[in-house]
Design a protein around this ligand. Structure first.
Ligand code: CAA
Length: 395
């Protein structure tokens, strides 16, 4: 076991965690970091390196081995997310959707038959998974859906119609956990989750979003036009979709906290090196108090983010074992880490001056990539709402 220290998560790590961390760090720096700028520039989906992550067992870290995963825990997942995000945020986005948003939901709410059929190909990395909640007219207000899933007269299929937007990995997704409205009059209790095979007729992809950051993680609309989904592919029961979506997002938000930490740390380490090497007015810029203040504030926020993420992992482990929720802890970790990443990437760029603004260095990419962590899987405003409602006893 490793003692708690700055630069680690405030949790005891087993020998297995240490080995995973070393292997993922080495892989990420050798295989992903060198190609990150190229993929960012082209916006191409990095299928080769994604497949390699699959071969290493990283596409289903918390999925039990019997369903094709690595059978590890949330700490292992967070350590992996940090290291992959440090090399390239786009890769970590693809990884997080596969792990948290796709596999996690089916593991928790699927029948044995669904787990056997739907998890293995995605957890093993052979196929890509996605999660689709958002619609063109509903993002934060997630239960306000226009898409409809109506049971056919024979009672064998739900016929799905409508558009979903901002679906991460959708252009390459083989399978999707979809949320759609089966009983509009019931509000959020009328939402149902479905397991979608994207090869079936009635499914198509809309425009791929041109994005500011995480440009290599493809994001698009998806369109359902009389898509016939067999009733066996309902996940977790009719009308249970909103709770499933929210439960899954709790896990997802811990992953985004980890992603934000990884981006922040990459920027921070670059800034530290630059502050030691770059000279101005006859001395390294790190010798000046204005730079030292930035370094101290960056480091403190990263460590505070690690502590909050550790707290969220512990709360999740408790909930996984004994029931209950860890919604607020996950929201606090995501809120703080994503805002810390914005601060750290901005200050790191500032320390680099004009060079930070240039595409010759990765600072401007870190700055752009960090921005999404305050938006997806619930904006900072939504996280604050979730935290405050709990504190005020409003939910
Ligand atoms: N776990 C379990 N159940 C939950 C829950 C959670 N975390 N949060 C809410 N619920 C339950 C409530 O207990 C309530 O249950 P009842 O039916 O028993 O009353 C029900 O869900 C409705 O709860 P609320 O009244 O609190 O719902 P709301 O409409 O006020 O919305 C919200 C709550 C927190 C704002 C929610 O809508 C939300 O999180 N919005 C943001 C959505 C989001 O994160 N979208 C991102 C999608 S994924 C993405 O970014 C793209 C990608 O591919 C990565």
């Amino acid at each position: 076991m490793t003692a708690v220290q700055a630069g680690t998560l405030s949790l005891a790590m087993s020998e297995e965690h240490e080995m995973l961390l070393a292997a993922v760090r080495e892989f990420a720096q050798r295989e992903i970091a060198p190609v990150a700028a190229e993929y960012d520039e082209s916006g191409e989906f990095p299928l080769d390196t994604v497949r390699k992550m699959g071969e290493m067992g990283l596409m289903g870290i918390e999925t039990p081995e019997e369903y094709g995963g690595a059978g590890m825990d949330t700490l292992a997942y967070v350590l992996t997310m940090i290291e992959i995000a440090k090399a390239d945020a786009s890769h970590s986005t693809i990884l997080s959707v596969n792990n948290s948003l796709y596999c996690k939901g089916i593991l928790q709410f699927g029948t044995e038959a669904q787990k056997r059929e739907w998890i293995r190909p995605v957890a093993s990395g052979a196929e890509i998974g996605a999660y689709s909640l958002t619609e063109p007219m509903s993002g934060s207000d997630a239960s306000n859906m226009a898409s409809r899933a109506i049971l056919n007269d024979a009672g064998t299929h739900y016929i799905i119609n409508g558009r979903k937007s901002w679906v991460t990995s959708a252009p390459y997704a083989d399978r999707i956990v979809l949320f759609s409205m089966t009983a509009a009059e019931a509000g959020h209790r009328g939402i149902t989750a479905f397991l979608i095979d994207t090869k079936q007729p009635g499914f198509s992809r809309g425009k791929t979003e041109p994005k500011l950051g995480i440009r290599a993680s493809a994001t698009s609309e998806i369109i359902f036009d009389d898509f016939a989904c067999p009733v066996e592919n309902v996940l977790g029961g009719i009308g249970q979709g909103f709770k499933i979506a929210m439960t899954v997002l709790d896990a997802g938000r811990i992953g985004i906290a980890a992603q934000a930490l990884g981006i922040a740390e990459a920027a921070y380490e670059a800034a530290l090196d630059y502050a030691r090497e770059r000279e101005a007015f006859g001395a390294p810029i790190g010798s000046y108090q204005m730079i030292q203040q930035k370094i101290a504030d960056m480091k403190t926020r990263i460590e505070a983010g690690r502590a909050l993420t550790s707290m969220a992992i512990l709360a999740k482990q408790r909930a996984d074992q004994h029931g209950g929720r860890y919604t607020s802890e996950a929201s606090m970790a995501k809120l703080f880490c994503s805002e810390a990443a914005a601060f750290v990437t901005d200050e790191a760029l500032q320390i680099h001056g004009g060079m930070g603004y240039s595409k010759e260095l990765p600072l401007e990419r870190y700055y752009r990539d960090a921005r999404i962590t305050r938006i997806y899987e619930g904006t900072s405003e939504i996280q604050r709402m979730v935290i405050a409602r709990k504190e005020l006893g409003l939910r």
